[in-house]
Design a protein around this ligand. Sequence first.
Ligand code: NAP
Ligand code: MG
Length: 479
Amino acid sequence: MTFEYAPAPESASVVNIADSYGLFINGKFVPAKGGMTFPTINPANEKVLSKVAYASKDDVDKAVAAARAAYTKVWSKLSPAERGKYLFRIARILQERAREFAVLETLNNGKPIRETRDADIPLAAAHFFYHAGWADKLEHAGVGNNPKSLGVAGQIIPWNFPLLMLSWKIAPALAAGNTVVLKPAETTPLTALFFAEVCQQADLPPGVVNILTGDGATGSHIVNHPGIDKIAFTGSTEVGKLIARSVAGTKKSLTLELGGKGANIVYEDAAIDETIEGIVNGIFFNQGHVCCAGSRLLVQESVHDEVIEKLQRRMSQIRVGDPMDKNTDMGAINSSAQLAKIRELADVGGEEGATRWDNGCELPAKGFWFRPTIFTGVTQAQRIAREEIFGPVLSVLTFRTPQEAIDKANNTPFGLSAGIWSDKGSKVLWTAKNLKAGVIWANTFNKFDPASPFGGYKESGWGREGGRHGLSAYLKGGK
Ligand code: NAP
Ligand code: MG
């Protein structure tokens, strides 16, 4: 049975996108050197939304100089309570402009308006509120009773949660007394540029936040700039390794939040219907463009058939289409490049012998789309069990004993997230203790809170973001 809904589109008229944007340096929008620009599109229909400036090495120099001057002359001299006031102000403005930001994020990223409205934007504001409260309590951050800021932070973020990743980076850096140069991802620059306007609206002193749009080369100029004290990067493990190499042997401190291949473990005593919702949330939230996605489903053999049958039935109800429609569950893939990567790995899954199933839904003619897909009969050696697909594709493996579940779950170069579904508290605790993952959810999935540290083991990265641990990555002990 399928339910037909009348379309319920959100209006795009709440957001005013300019034809072009400059770089945000020292509190002002300025053109890039040589006037270089690139277009940014809506991945749901491939229409150009705006043109943004392309930052080259000279622009990075200018932004770092502005951040340094703001650090030495203004931000590091301000009382912690005054810094906190700016963060509270930014948090409130984000809340006031939440609808506008939600629409803008959906237009530029392709994710459903329901998610930007209910997750991305409220969580971004929550991050600023949380860190605003920390600004005058830094002696409790765990780095001694006289903590000091690091200086200028270079921050590089991916396209899957553009404004949220920005807030994970900027809020703790500013609360701790640092100034920043941030580069959003090439395909999703717009909410970062609107955030620059929020900084102006909040009267944030010029140079405390600088936003440079560009591509990987811009990111690499930031990473290699000698005037930067800390690099904070979220993105792929591949680029994370490059950055670790570049920063090695310099005085820069480094945090890396990288990829994942999260195991979602379903024991036979789990509440199956509830578990199905958790599996769907774990892999189809944000089109599966989630570093901590539950992309490897480990099901106890005795309930495998029941779980797969119910999962397929539930997946048939997932509505894929216009991200601006409030009824939409899954939106567009963020770029043609990402779509090509997902297609390639899904094809390999079939060639390597796993059984492919998707929900067969109709897809829009324009834009980048991929159906919710599962592979059953997956073995540990297959690429779809080992590599991050970063799309709406679930690999299903089975196990017989709890120890086998642990062995399979930990058999990965990553270690970011995991989920456990069971009726037995003792089994949940035993499993969590034996899993090598930074974030473990029990009988739920993809729950986030600014007070809770997030980060990984092994190739999923170094350091934590959020909570006291995340804050301390922007501080050093002082005398
Ligand atoms: P990516 O290619 O590594 O890009 C991430 C950022 O780094 C982008 O801003 C990118 O710029 C920039 N960049 C690319 N090459 C660079 C270089 N050589 N030096 C410095 N910066 C460079 O990753 P992505 O494809 O955008 O994002 C998906 C990945 O991020 C996935 O692997 C996912 O798991 C991971 N992720 C991790 C977390 C976490 O918290 N652990 C959260 C979200 C995503 P361009 O966009 O212009 O190429
Ligand atoms: Mg990239």
